[in-house]
Ligand binder design. Structure first.
Ligand code: GLC
Length: 488
């Protein structure tokens, strides 16, 4: 089985968000669980400026022409040396040294990622590597699947097409012209809504044999008008092809017993050491702990999606209860301002650390008692899984991956965290009060912490599910070809 995996970013080469985590981990997990078989997965990402600035050891492979009007564009492909999973970087004049991974100019990004997607298809032909599966992620690489559908080449005749949706509302707005420039026509005869017939993600979904959402709940949610970004009706038609597979967590990176970024490593048996990390963080911040107050952490992009405004409103409402909080992250300037304002109101209780600081994030996961994740939507989410592994009890909105990973049975003996249903600060307030109250009972709190730490969020579990989907689609393709009378 040969799988070609395309993504806009992948750890450790370049990472902006959750997609980078997944594209960095899943390929390795797949390669590991299939070690003795003839499974091979290869990854391609753009040769972004950030990688060019500090390139890992590379080997130049080929120069390609990517069909484009009025003239073709050139791509160069490099192969990464010394890696367990074969990885390619695709460069071209659009990927300059100081260009960000994602730019604010959506039509520019449209051209950039359509170019990348199509260059990948050219590349596979150039090296004569016929994939059984082409696996795209999000809108950036969706054009590859659509091109395979509308420009049917003998070369890809046996290749199944899979797309993973990490964040549906990012449909690739602004890329319509780019698609036309690269010779990809609107899907006028498709059942897609008219406005979506020229957008990369809808087209990629349309072309895909399987549509994977990054959690079982998100797989259902995208078929509803609240979460469907206008595609819910189309996605409902495709419900047989939709699968929800929860992302995993890199258990080596996120392990409180070996994490070199935290001062006092701990595990299930030495959970009291977690408190030393909390103490240390307070010292470092020159901050006084309030008697009996849990430390609530928020580690997040400051984005409307993440419900920062709900958190601010709810914290303001519970000023009669004991709590302290650290909010770490950057993003929307208006939300940054709102967080900062809250700190001015509650200097004893809140620290706003408005920067991107991976090092501090590890220490905050270790130090905090609770992690707040009040997302309006959360396709999967990683923070809640990290939190549980670090004995930090998550408080999340019951949506997407949060609903699938946080267990709130109402009984602390069997729960791993706290969930609230609707994105309303009143509900979050009630939930926070419930959590703070249980926190005061040390035995009960320990139980919730331990329940979370015992969960299995390994990538191996997810990888097995992806593998099953690969096998399914490949088998279907074979039947299809047989029934079409192709000699296989
Ligand atoms: C996106 C989603 C997030 C998910 C990640 C990886 O960033 O917002 O919920 O965990 O993709 O799939």
């Amino acid at each position: 089985m040969k799988v070609f995996y395309l993504a806009a970013e992948a750890e450790p080469y370049v990472k902006v968000g959750g997609l980078g985590d997944v594209a960095g981990s899943l390929p390795h997990a797949l390669q590991e669980i299939t070690a003795e078989t003839d499974f091979e997965l290869r990854v391609a990402i753009p040769f972004h400026g950030a990688i060019q600035q500090q390139p890992p050891p590379l080997k130049f492979l080929v120069t390609l022409q990517v069909p484009h009007y009025p003239q073709p564009l050139q791509a160069q492909v490099y192969e990464l040396e010394q890696t367990a999973v074969k990885t390619y970087f695709v460069s071209g004049s659009l990927f300059t040294r100081d260009a960000p991974v994602y730019s604010a100019d959506t039509s520019f990004d449209g051209v950039k990622f359509t170019f990348f997607s199509l260059a990948c298809l050219e590349f596979l032909q150039a090296i004569d590597w016929r994939p059984d599966v082409v696996h795209a992620n999000d809108w950036h690489t969706a054009p590859a699947l659509y091109a395979m559908l509308v420009q049917p080449l003998d070369f890809f005749r046996q290749s199944a097409r899979i797309i993973t949706i990490h964040n549906l509302p990012y449909l690739g707005h602004g890329a319509a012209e780019a698609l036309a420039e690269f010779g990809l026509p609107p899907a006028v005869n498709s059942p897609l809504p008219v406005w979506a017939q020229q957008l990369p993600l809808p087209l990629g979904i349309y072309a895909a044999d399987r549509i994977i959402a990054v959690s079982p709940t998100y797989a259902k949610e995208i078929q509803t008008s609240d979460f469907g970004a206008g595609l819910d009706e189309y996605l409902s038609l495709r419900r047989e092809d939709i699968v929800g597979i929860l992302n995993g967590l890199d258990l080596k990176v996120w392990d409180p017993s070996t994490d070199a970024k935290i001062e006092y490593p701990y595990d299930l048996r030495r959970l009291q050491r977690k408190e030393l990390n909390k103490k240390q963080l307070f010292e470092e911040f020159g901050w006084r702990p309030l008697e009996g107050a849990p430390l609530i952490g928020m580690i997040t992009r400051l984005d409307y999606q993440k419900g920062i405004d709900l958190a601010i409103a709810a914290l303001r409402k519970i000023k009669d209860a004991p709590w302290q909080a650290v909010i770490l992250g950057t993003g929307n300037p208006a939300l940054e301002q709102a967080v900062y304002q809250l700190q001015l109101e509650f200097p004893e209780r809140l620290r706003a650390v408005l920067r991107f600081d991976p090092h501090l994030s590890h220490r905050l996961y270790a130090a905090a008692d609770m992690l707040l994740i009040p997302s309006r939507y959360e396709p999967c989410g990683l923070a809640q899984m990290i939190a549980m592994r670090y004995g930090t009890v998550p408080i999340g909105r019951a949506t997407g991956g949060l609903r699938d990973t946080i267990l709130d049975s109402g009984n602390p003996e069997t729960s791993t965290g706290f969930l609230f249903e609707h994105p309303q600060s009143e509900e979050l307030e009630i939930t926070l009060r419930r959590a703070i109250q249980l926190y005061s009972n040390r035995r009960i709190w320990r139980t919730i912490q331990r329940n979370g730490m015992k969960q299995d969020f390994s990538w191996a579990r997810s990888a097995r599910e992806y593998l099953a989907v690969y096998h399914e689609v490949v088998q279907e393709k074979t039947y299809q070809s047989v029934s079409e009378g192709v000699n296989v």
